[in-house]
Ligand binder design. Structure first.
Ligand SMILES: Cc1cc2nc3c(=O)[nH]c(=O)nc-3n(C[C@H](O)[C@H](O)[C@H](O)COP(=O)(O)OP(=O)(O)OC[C@H]3O[C@@H](n4cnc5c(N)ncnc54)[C@H](O)[C@@H]3O)c2cc1C
Length: 587
């Protein structure tokens, strides 16, 4: 069977905030340039340019996962009137608290540390935010091809010329079925990787292009999150709570968050550093234990979990960012480590990095040159931008946790007032997660501890909610054996979890990675109509307000109710992809 070849001018890999912001901004820059020339300005117009975004998920936003809080700075630059244009914002941050927790007790910090201050930030679901951004992009002529995972890079003579998408019609064991279709070669003058943390293509290119030479190793946390639907009057819309301590030991990086997502839902999550000493470190278990703390239990009592997801977070900071360019290639967003670990925020940085990449791509289009020499300007743009300044200010943040939380508190406090300089110096070395991890016998001389069960109440609620959606054949949802099977299944994935797991299109089964068994989908074509174009048409209508809308724009009066219904619909989808989403939902 012949391999399809698609040709684009600029392609963005990943329809997260980075890829979509980049595509939107590039389309805007070209349109403005051509309009000014038509109005008499000197120069030559840029001929029709094909801009594509390739997304592995079945729909844009389905693999999106964040806490819910967005610093609006990036979005304000990208689409200044984003609120008037129906951007799905749930609420504005109304209060901000930080708690230090220990088993059975907590202390509210009298002053919220500056990185955790959220005044002026907005509550928005990343899934719906990116769905809305996709509509804006499509209304500007950007092609969005869903169900198109970039599986490997195409490199010719040291130059990145595109990506090859994953094959379709492969059975569980990796054998070709009768419906087999080879992935398409998506070629472009410029490929911009926006795959989120530890991208498949980025990892494949890292060594051959020397992207990480001389950099600190990237270090990851796993963020596990649940959305809880609560009885009326129990959620303080826009309330932000961050926690330190319980259930983590001093030597494990991380903490909890609880965000008031609208009137009826708490978004509750826990971030666990994967550079812990303890090899039995358990991000999923930490969220379940966190929920049993009296302070958290009181907030959740009477509610029920309706969504669950987990995803990696690149925590290494400025010195762990890879080289951001090569011939025919740029890196953006989480793929390139654009994340402020002290604030648990990356959406605004992802947006800004996409915009800066678009500005560089625009220069390259004018020059007709996509060589590394021309693309190097992107790194300067990043360094000179507010995003660069923000990340430089936190450049030693994660390294300060090398000695544990208690020494990190004064050290990071010092850094805040010294523009990022640490009391132990500058440009501090980082350590890959596996380098900090100790041997099981050193941490647990009496042998591996049993997977700790939380209290059998709040965690069981999560398990039984999940069981309804994992479709264990022939088993009723409330069957205890299903819950047990789920605990076993989840503990396989979420205990001692490490983003260094399976390749694109594979899932961890026991100790080995096997090819995903996916329902076959029509291949994405240059028209992007992988589902008959329905998504495309719907998103374009949402963004532009065109006639004959099957669904109303998010800004319409019905939107809050539709959103509440969507939130209330329990959801869980098998994640995977670039090895970062374990079980993910678009929220
Ligand atoms: C639990 C948690 C809480 C967080 N809370 C916040 C918060 O409150 N505020 C905040 O600002 N940030 C938060 N973040 C961080 C934020 O989510 C990320 O920084 C941000 O989403 C990065 O955007 P991105 O576009 O780089 O990547 P992503 O949002 O990860 O998007 C990447 C996209 O690329 C797709 N993709 C991946 N690989 C491929 C491939 N090979 N081919 C095709 N498509 C591919 C994925 O499906 C996905 O749609 C949180 C993160 C986590 C995990």
């Amino acid at each position: 069977m012949e391999r399809e070849v698609l040709e684009f001018d600029v392609q963005w890999i990943g329809a997260g905030p980075a890829g979509l912001a980049g595509a939107i901004h590039l389309a805007d820059l070209i349109e403005r340039h051509n309009q000014s020339i038509a109005a008499g300005a000197p120069g030559t117009p840029i001929p029709e340019t094909t801009i594509a975004v390739l997304e592995k998920a079945a729909r844009v936003g389905a693999h999106g996962l964040s806490g819910l809080v967005m610093d609006p700075r990036g979005m304000l630059e990208l689409i200044p009137d984003f609120r008037a244009r129906g951007c799905p914002i749930e609420a504005e941050v109304s209060s901000d608290d930080v708690y230090l927790m220990w088993q059975g007790g907590q202390l509210r910090l009298p002053i919220t540390p500056p990185p955790l201050q959220n005044h002026g930030n907005l509550i928005a679901s990343l899934g719906t935010l990116t769905e809305w951004m996709a509509g804006i992009a499509e209304s500007k002529g950007v092609l969005i091809a869903t169900e198109t995972p970039a599986a490997s890079p195409l490199v010719e003579g040291g130059r990145v010329v595109g990506v090859r998408s994953g094959d379709k019609g492969i059975d569980k064991l990796g054998a070709k079925k009768s419906t087999y279709q080879p992935g398409a070669d998506c070629r472009a003058k410029l490929t911009v990787l926006c795959e989120g943390p530890r991208g498949t293509v980025a990892k494949a290119l890292e060594k051959s292009l020397g992207l990480t030479v001389g950099k600190n190793p990237q270090v990851y946390s796993t963020g596990v999150k649940e959305l809880w639907e609560m009885p009326p009057g129990r959620v303080q819309k826009g309330r932000i709570i961050h926690t330190m301590g319980f259930p983590l030991t001093n030597d494990t990086f991380g903490g909890g968050f609880i965000y008031g997502a609208g009137d009826s839902h708490w978004a509750i999550g826990f971030v666990t550093g994967l550079d812990a000493h303890d090899p039995t470190n358990d991000p999923h278990g930490n969220l379940q234990r966190f929920k049993t703390h009296p302070f958290v239990r009181a907030l959740l009592e009477g509610g029920k979990p309706v969504s669950y997801g987990a995803k990696a977070i690149p925590e290494g900071g400025w010195y762990a960012m890879p080289k951001l360019y090569a011939d025919g290639l740029l890196l953006c967003g989480d793929t390139a480590g654009f994340l402020n670990g002290g604030r648990l925020k990356g959406i605004h940085l992802a947006i800004k990095s996409g915009m800066l990449a678009a500005e560089q791509a625009f220069e390259c289009l004018l020059a007709g040159d996509f060589s590394a020499a021309e693309l190097a300007g992107y790194e300067k743009r990043v360094a000179d931008s507010w995003a660069g300044a923000e990340l430089r200010g936190m450049r030693n943040f994660h390294q300060a946790f090398d000695g544990g939380l208690w020494t990190a508190l004064p050290r990071t406090g010092f850094q805040m007032y010294m523009g990022g300089l640490d009391p132990l110096g500058d440009h501090l070395k980082g350590h890959a997660g596996h380098e900090r991890m100790r041997k099981l016998r050193d941490v647990h001389p009496d042998g591996k501890p049993a997977v700790a069960k939380a209290d059998g109440k709040l965690d069981d609620k999560t398990m039984s909610a999940l069981s309804r959606y994992l479709k264990i054949e022939g088993q009723p949802a409330d069957n205890p054996s299903v819950t047990e099977a789920l605990v076993t299944e989840l503990s396989k994935h979420a205990t001692r979890v490490c983003p260094v797991q399976c390749d694109q299109g594979q899932t961890l089964k026991g100790e080995t990675c096997v090819a995903d068994h996916k329902p076959e989908a029509a291949p994405a074509t240059a028209s992007g109509k992988s589902n008959g174009g329905e998504d495309t048409a719907r998103r374009r209508q949402q963004a532009t307000g065109e006639q004959a809308q099957p669904r109303r724009p998010k800004s319409a009066p019905e939107a809050p109710r539709a959103r509440a219904q969507a939130l209330a619909r329990p959801s869980i989808v098998g994640g995977g992809g670039s090895g970062h989403t374990l079980i993910g939902v678009g929220f």
